[in-house]
Structures are given as C-alpha cells and as structure tokens.
Design a protein around this ligand. Structure first.
Ligand code: BGC
Length: 744
C-alpha cells in the first residue's frame, strides 16, 4: 500500500473546451425569452408527450400516422409542450415525417404566444430506424466488435443526416451503459464490457451526430443514456434494482458519460431504475451534484418513459404523483417524458405556485432546454430542411453498413480451416434465424420490438437469400428445421443433410427490446441445443452462425460444430456480410467486445480482479474479450515503451509490430491492456486502455502506436476520488508484456 505517495488527480476532464455551451449572446436571448414567460409556459417547455397523444390510433403497424388536430392544438397551445417524441407506433416514410414535423412546428412557431419551436426526439438507435428509407447499421455491440472508430463516427453522421432529413433534430442515443451483465436484454445496445471501449466509441458516435461533416443542418443533438448505472441490474432483468457502491459507480459507469460530456453531448436521459434503493429520477446526488456540478454539464436532462410518476406508482417512494414530480425536479430533472398525458404539467404548475419548487429551478430547466433549441438552429428554422437530402447517397451509406457488419462478425472457431468454404460446395441452410430480417436487426427496427417482418425492406436479404446470391441457388438446400419454439421439418432436414458438404446452422434469438426481452437463463433455448445435436449426428461439418443480441451459452454444442461465427445483430446488410465471409469474399476481423461466458455464473470479465484467479478460482470463459480468428495468421513482436520511468505529467509511448504471417490479406484488431501491479485498492489483472486496427497484406508488417497518460493509469481510490499511484505498471499486447515505473 502506498497511500502516502498517492497523488490526487483533479477532474482533468472537467475543463474541456468542447463541452456543450452556447455563447453569451445566446444566453442573453434566452434570458430575454425567460423573462417574458409565464409559469405555465415555462412548465410547458419542460413537458414532453408521445406522438400517440396527438394522433389517431393506428389500427395496424403498417398504417400511416394521422394527427388528431384538436389534440395537437391542445398539446401545443393549451399545455404549451416543449417537446414531442416517438413515432406514433411504427415507422414513417421521410415524406410522412416531414409532414408531421411541419404541422407541429407551424402551430408552435406561428400560433403560440412566444413562437418557441418544438424539440422533437426519436430513438434512432442503429441508424434512423423509424424512417423507412434510411440505412440500418449493426447494433452497437457489433460496432464495438469492429474496433474501428471510423465506422462508429460515420454511422453517427449518417444517422443524423437521415434523422434530420425527416425533420427531427434530437436522437435518444448513444447508450453508454456498460455491457457487463449478459442476461440484460439491452446488452446489444451497449458497446460491451470495457470502460475504455465504451467511452471511446461513445465519443465518436456523439461527434458523428453533433459535429457532422455534412454540416450543422445535417446534425442532431445526442442524448447519452441511461445515466447512471442502469445496466448493472443485480438479477440480470431489465428495470430491477441496482446495487452500486460509489467507487464502482465512478470507476466503471461514470467515465463514458464524462467523456461524452466533453465531446459536447447536448442532452442526457436518466436511468429508469433504482440504485441502492433510491430511484435515480429522485437522486439529487447523481443528477445535480455529479452531473451538473462536478462534471459541469450545461445541457438538458430528460427523464425516461413515465419514470417521474413511477417514483410514486411503482417505487412507493413518493406518496402522491405530485410529490413524485417535486422529487424529480428538485433532484435536477429538466424535462419529463411524461409521456401519455399532461399530469406532470398540472402538478408542476401547482407546485411552483405553492412555493414547493422554486422558480429558480424552473428557470434553470427552461434555460437548458432553450440552449439546445438554439444550438440546433430551431429558432432560425424549425422546419424540415429540404437541402439536407442532397447529402444522401444511399448506396454509399448501405455499403458503409455492409463493411461495418463484415468487420464486426467474429470468427470464434474454425477447426481444420473449415472456413471459408468453396462456392462449389453444396450447403444446407437451416435454423430459426436463417430466413428472417428481424434476427439481423433486433429491437429498435421499424417498430420498438423490431419483430414485424412486413416492415423490413423487400430488397434486403435474409441470411438464406444472401447465401443463395453468393453461392448460387443450385448449391443451396433450405430447410427451416425449427422455429424458436417448434419443429417444422426436422426429419426431412436430417435426410437432406446427408446430401450436402456443409450444414450452415443459424441459431440465436428473435428480436426483442427492453423489458420484454428479459430471460431467465443464458442457455440457448433447449430446442436449438437439441436440434444442433441432432444435426451433428449426420457427421456433416456444421458451421454455426449466431444471430443474437447477447452471448447465449453454446457450451453444450460447441464441440459438435466445426466453425462458429458470432454475428451479433449486424443490421440490414448483415445477411450479405455473413454470406460473403462464409464463402471467402472477405476475411473476418471482428473481435469480442465482451467475454463470452462458458457457464451461467462466474464469468470473469477481461478486467477481473486477482482474487478471481486465486486458490481454486480461475479464469472462466468460453472465449475471452478481444478474441476473434481470421483466415490468415498474425504475429505481434517488438512491444516497446519509450522509457522505463515516467513522472505523472509525461506521456508514455508504446509501440508494437504486427505482421501478417499467412497467405491472405486481412485486418487485425490490436488491443492494448494495462495492469497497475500494486494499488491501494485491488486493481484488475488487466484492463483495456487502447485499441487500433491495421490492414495487412500477406508478409507485411506495420507498427501500431499508443499513448498512455496519467488519466489512463488512474482509478478511484479508497476515498472515492480519482487518483494515480506511483509504482510498477505492465502493458500487454497479445502474449507480449513490458513494464514501466511511474514515479512522483
Ligand atoms: C427507453 C429509452 C427510450 C425511451 C423513449 C424508454 O423505454 O428506456 O431508452 O429512449 O423509452 O422511447
């Protein structure tokens, strides 16, 4: 222990220049508007309702959205709402979106007293997934497997463009929750288990959304979510209690948000759940003290769906709904995603008039909301900007999505170089995920749950269709075999399997989103396990393709198959991406952004603690974080550090050579891990602190460089402050290890 030589780091990140701010002139304009506003107008700005509130009910998900004019006018003119969200039940075309937004803004900017534009928000989680004509990308978990920052940044830019082309200017993304609990149904929305990976990719995505190279009018406001600790559900189910000590909260869950604030994220959404018994929507320490005061966030804090009122209806912490509103606003919430009625508005107006909520708190909230509206240029033009469309190049955008999918797909097993297979081979394609679009996309795809096949574009290929395209229909036999819950034609599939060279078995999960995606076991469903075992009895080599949002256990069948592709949720181009890789029109280069578990319990994440490998405890996984094979081979050599001793202010430069030692060109992800050998708080055995990806021809060598600063070596100490301690550190790439000493 070296508590005496400990150096406390001030929040280095807190002074970044790129934090969301508006200039003084704008602040003055905002003051001027606020000075004219009534209490009702102010509280209205803080009120957000869902589009359904102002629309006619859709009979089916395939119907167009239609307004209820009277309700729309009531929401904007009587209740003075500042924001509307969502899609009205399902996807809309660009034309229909533009009509919707135009109508809303016409009433807000022309008929309301102060002409304040509406801030419209949607969940564009993997592309503008609620706009029909847009490009859908791989989900975040797959993007993290690419280890390619450019894809994430470009996906952000293209998403913003498609969202803004629909007339919308606010995106409830990125998800900066940590993917450390594989049961959690929102696992696929995360960038995986590493704090560094999540922070880095979250930043890239926000820069793509907000600082688009297509220009300001093609950018949208990002909404980092779900602040804070949401993914750390104790039992693995969505929206169940979280127990999180301050040290872990600051060490693991806070850094991606701190980074996102420094990248300029304009808005943040609060965690729906409770931490240590306190509903986060009522937690002043987390929302005001940490987010607004410590991290200096000047943007807008929005609640999650209905979560203010739930402090009363669900949590029983507030005795009345009105008290729930008071708790949330005093905790620091600026806008309520109410979203189904105007109760929040009524209660808050009363609370202000009764002196229960100070007007200064309301003014602060309104100021934050107006900052975002000004920054987005809504006061200049709140209407869909037709010139945005000129930047759209659909073919190019879909190709970027395809390339990202190809770089994400992760080859976990390839016995005897089974893959790639020759296009002349006869293959049987089978399994519940072999011929559906929803299994490539998951939730947040045209609908919330993503499971309406009719809404997927006809021209996009399922895995089967893509394989037929690449290998020729004449070489492909298709038998569904099983669905997710029943036998379709297992017997005839087994018969047909005897006549082919390979079985391509597509297993995994149907589409799901949020709480409906809760599961009670990580095991892949029994029907799929049994089916794989049946097929294995034919003796034909099986290539297992996993289309799933979380790592379902395959331990019971992994020895029965020759090759395994973890394909995650690769998006609309995912079928093509997998088919190309299967038949050698590309070389896999994805690596796991999480540890693939072997068992239900005891999964040791990459940053596990020394005690987890002590006595009879040992590393416990099926495939480690960062694992992923290629059709060529690579070797690391010459891991070097530019010195052996550094002080706290020095940058540490690390380099490593990567050589393609095989016969095919390929890309190699390079993960850099660091270990702080002795610490006053037990330190992980290794932790990701850098990553890169290189493209290498056969025989070629490239040098990859990383820079570590004291920020990368810091951690949360015994007194819950971020510190760096002198002493020995190790850096690791592959099997190579080097060390250096940090001195005072
Ligand atoms: C989800 C959020 C989402 C919101 C609006 C909630 O149920 O937790 O992630 O942004 O709905 O659709």
């Amino acid at each position: 222990m070296k508590l005496i030589t400990t150096l406390i780091l001030l929040p280095i990140l807190a002074f970044s220049q790129s934090k969301f701010r508006v200039d003084n002139q704008t602040e003055m304009k905002i003051s001027e508007i606020i000075s004219q506003m009534t209490i009702e107008e102010k509280v209205g700005q803080m009120t957000q309702v869902t589009l359904e509130v102002v629309g006619q009910p859709r009979v089916s998900e395939e119907d167009e959205f239609v307004f209820d004019e009277a309700k729309l006018r009531e929401a904007i003119l009587k209740y003075r709402v500042g924001s509307i969200l969502n899609t009205g039940g399902a996807v809309n075309s660009v034309k229909s979106w533009q009509g919707i937004i135009t109508k809303i803004q016409e009433i807000a900017t022309k008929e309301s007293r102060l002409h304040i534009p509406i801030l419209y928000g949607v969940d564009a989680i993997h592309g503008a997934n609620y706009t029909k004509e847009s490009t859908l990308f791989p989900q975040a978990i797959a993007m993290a497997a690419t280890r390619n920052r450019d894809f994430v940044r470009k996906a952000g830019e293209i998403t913003a463009l498609d969202v803004r082309n629909s007339g919308i200017s606010w995106n409830f993304n990125p998800v900066l929750d940590m993917g450390r609990q594989p049961l959690w149904p929102r696992f696929y929305e995360t960038f995986g288990e590493s704090v560094y990976l999540t922070s880095t990719l979250g930043e890239q995505y926000i820069l793509g959304l907000q600082n688009s190279s297509f220009g300001k009018e093609s950018s949208v406001a990002s909404c980092m979510k779900h602040y804070l600790g949401y993914s750390n559900s104790f039992n693995g189910l969505d929206r169940t209690p979280i127990y999180l000590p301050e040290r872990q909260l600051r060490e693991i869950y806070l850094p991606p948000f701190a980074k996102a604030i420094n990248a300029g994220s304009m808005t943040v959404m609060v965690n729906s759940s409770e931490i240590n018994g306190i509903p986060v929507h009522s937690n002043k320490h987390i929302i005001t003290e940490i987010l607004k005061e410590e991290l200096g966030f000047e943007g807008l804090v929005v609640s999650d769906w209905e979560d203010i009122i739930r402090i009363h209806t669900r949590d029983g912490v507030a005795e009345t709904p009105k008290e729930a509103v008071k708790y949330a606003i005093l905790a620091g919430l600026d806008m309520s995603m109410v979203p189904n009625d105007f109760s929040f508005y009524e209660y808050l107006v009363e609370l202000v008039k009764e002196g229960e909520v100070p007007i200064s708190r309301i003014d602060d909230a309104v100021r934050r909301i107006l900052r975002v509206k000004f920054a987005l240029g809504l006061f200049e033009n709140a209407f869909p900007n037709k010139s945005v469309a000129k930047n759209i190049n659909r073919e190019k955008f879909d190709k970027i999505s395809l390339d990202a999918a190809m770089e994400s797909i992760t080859l976990l097993k390839n016995d005897n170089s089974t893959l790639p297979i020759s296009k002349k081979s006869k293959v049987l394609v089978t399994g519940p995920t072999s011929n559906l679009m929803q299994v490539l996309n998951g939730g947040w795809s045209y609908t919330w749950q993503g499971n309406n096949e009719k809404l997927y574009p006809q021209e996009k290929n399922t895995l089967l269709e893509a394989i037929e395209k690449v290998a020729g229909k004449e070489n492909v036999i298709f038998n569904q075999g099983i669905t997710f819950d029943k036998d379709v034609d297992v017997k005839s599939t087994i018969e047909n399997a005897k006549n082919v060279d390979y079985i391509i078995l597509a297993l995994g999960e149907p589409a799901y989103c949020e709480t409906p995606g809760n599961i009670h076991s990580l095991e892949l469903d029994e029907i799929q396990i049994n089916y794989a075992k049946e097929l294995a009895k034919t003796g034909k080599p099986i290539i297992l393709v996993l289309l799933q949002g979380r790592p379902r256990l395959i331990t019971k069948i992994v020895d029965n198959v020759s090759a395994v592709f973890m394909a995650y949720l690769p998006g609309n181009e995912g079928g093509d991406a997998i088919a190309k890789l299967l038949f050698g029109d590309g070389n896999p280069s994805g690596v796991l952004p999480f540890t693939y578990p072997k068992y239900q319990t005891g999964n040791t994440l990459h940053d596990y603690k020394p005690i987890e490998k002590f006595d009879v405890n040992s590393e416990n996984w099926l495939y480690p974080f960062g694992f992923g094979l290629s059709y060529t081979t690579f070797q690391f050599s010459n891991l070097k550090i530019n010195g052996s001793e550094f002080n706290f202010n020095q940058s540490i430069k690390i380099s490593v050579d990567v050589t393609n030692t095989g016969k095919l060109a390929g890309k190699k992800a390079v993960d850099l891990f660091v270990r702080d050998v002795y610490g006053s708080v037990s330190r992980p055995v290794k932790e990701l602190k850098g990553f890169d990806k290189v493209n290498l021809k056969p025989g070629e060598t490239k040098t990859v460089e990383f820079v570590l600063t004291s920020e990368n070596l810091s951690f949360i100490g015994r007194d819950n402050q971020r510190i760096v301690e002198p002493g020995e550190f190790q850096v690791m790439v592959g099997d190579l290890v080097q060390k250096f000493t940090l001195i005072k």
